[in-house]
Design a protein around this ligand. Sequence first.
Ligand SMILES: [Zn+2]
Length: 78
Amino acid sequence: MNILHSCKRAAELLSQSLDEPLDVVDSLRLRMHLSMCGNCRNVEEQLHMIHKVGAGMGTLDLCDEQLAPPVANGNPAN
Ligand SMILES: [Zn+2]
């Protein structure tokens, strides 16, 4: 089995793993790379954080802004 040498490939696998489960070989390669590469461990952390934030945003009610009354105009019209 080839060890994953490329950080680029590792990053690809990392982001892929957020969307779908990696197959055993890819996941193993990724684990091995992460165990050797602090850079990619940081990338993994950041990706997970972004993913978490992104998932949180998805559950927000997007109508909140539209429901807010327009209070910017304080001048009485008459
Ligand atoms: Zn790496």
